[in-house]
Write a protein that binds this ligand. Structure first.
Ligand SMILES: *Cc1c(COP(=O)(O)O)cnc(C)c1O
Length: 387
């Protein structure tokens, strides 16, 4: 009997320990974990440097209010700004909070320049920006908003790829376009660089803001620090979360100085956002997302994706498509993926579903080739059994 509410469809499996790419279950088995908390444990389980950082900080200071200066947060914000387009940062605790803050910042920016009518945000239908009331309406998924009360106004939607519709939605009330650079939950749909570029251009022409949600694809997951770097564009606002904490709950919004000017004292806040414990871990994570690690992401990605494509040719009736970028990989099946994922799990490989019959594969960024080869063998075996 569980006293937890039933809002998750949990597998009957629990773990007592994790190390690197592996999880050790309470029923005595060792699993190759290519979920990693859904792109959260960017450096694998029980990373030594992260453990040390957390331990060190826990002995000094856990929490102080944002009413005071938090040096660890100043440090992490500086590192994020130095490495990216951003001029300033607001820390949060999760992805949904980060996307919510991004929406607030976009609206407040136009309010601050005397255009308070510009409030509407254009998003892709069936995208994913989190589970808060505003974020579910931003996502434009019927399933996610069902039963959750009056529709939150202020969001317009276009279908993935429909630029004509996108352009037709822009009017005097539009504040921003908000999209995931790679649609994660939506089935690992990589938005092509030419498309990101075109959207950037539209935003510039129409004088609206571009918000790129990099909660799942950011912080090295794509093989670059941010996935939008492939398109060589500069967004205005970028919410991040998942990977930046390496397993510790951290969210953040990165922004240019132009928009951050609107966020004057009192406009936004969070009790826990950016607390010393979280910031100590965040600093230790970002220090490890260096060029060497990004090279590993790209090398491992190439190895993984090319071999998955070989399996696709071997099993055309099972695998429909291999997609993704870096170590954000989707294996799209020809039919429902539930049984496939269960079989992988039976052979001790953990993966997770995404929309469109996709099996989502999210190794840690420091994954080894030998570990990917174990996964490929298991995927080959399961394909063979279902063929
Ligand atoms: C996971 C995710 C979110 C929500 O993050 P939470 O931490 O679960 O609130 C938002 N946007 C994207 C793109 C995500 O993948």
């Amino acid at each position: 009997m569980s006293y937890l509410a039933k809002n998750y469809r949990r597998k009957n499996l629990s773990f007592y320990k994790g190390k690197g790419s592996f999880l050790y279950s309470n029923n005595g088995k060792k699993y190759l974990d290519f979920v990693q908390g859904i792109a959260v444990n960017s450096l694998g389980h029980s990373n030594k440097i992260l453990n040390e950082a957390l331990k060190r900080q826990s002995k000094k200071l856990w929490h102080v209010s944002n009413a005071f200066i938090i040096p660890e947060g100043e440090k992490l914000a500086k590192k994020l700004a130095k490495r990216t387009f951003a001029d300033s940062v607001i820390f949060q605790n999760s992805g949904a909070e980060a996307t919510e803050a991004a929406i607030k910042i976009a609206r407040r920016y136009f309010f601050s320049i005397g255009k308070p009518e510009k409030t509407r945000i254009i998003c892709i239908k069936n995208s994913f920006h989190g589970r808060t009331i505003a974020a579910i309406h931003a996502s434009g998924s019927k399933k996610m908003v069902e039963g959750f009360g009056p529709k939150v106004p202020g969001f317009d939607h276009f279908n993935f790829g429909d630029h004509k519709k996108l352009k037709s939605l822009i009017n005097k009330n539009t504040a921003a376009i908000m999209i995931e650079t790679v649609m994660g939950e939506g089935g690992i749909k990589v938005i092509p660089s030419w498309c990101i570029k075109a959207i950037r251009k539209i935003c510039k022409e129409k004088k609206i803001l571009l918000i790129l949600d990099e909660v799942q694809c950011g912080i090295g997951r794509s093989g670059k620090f941010f996935a939008f770097e492939y398109a060589k564009v500069k967004p205005d606002i970028v919410p991040i979360a998942k990977g930046i904490g390496g397993g510790f709950p951290i969210g953040a919004v990165l922004m240019t100085s132009k928009v951050s000017k609107a966020m004057v004292p009192g406009t936004h806040g969070s009790t826990f956002g950016g607390n010393p414990l979280a910031m100590a871990v965040g600093n230790a994570v970002i220090d490890q997302i260096n060029n060497k690690l990004l090279r590993n992401v790209n090398k491992m990605s190439e190895h993984f994706i090319s071999n998955l494509n070989i399996l696709k040719q071997k099993y055309p009736k099972i695998i429909k498509d291999v997609r993704g970028v870096g170590l954000l990989i989707g294996l799209q099946l020809c039919s429902d993926q539930t049984n496939f994922i269960k079989k992988l799990m039976d052979y001790q490989l953990l993966t997770i579903r995404a929309a469109d019959n996709v099996v989502r594969i999210l190794p840690p960024l420091n994954v080894k080739k030998s570990e990917i080869d174990i996964a490929l063998k298991i995927i080959d075996k399961v394909c063979g059994e279902l063929n």
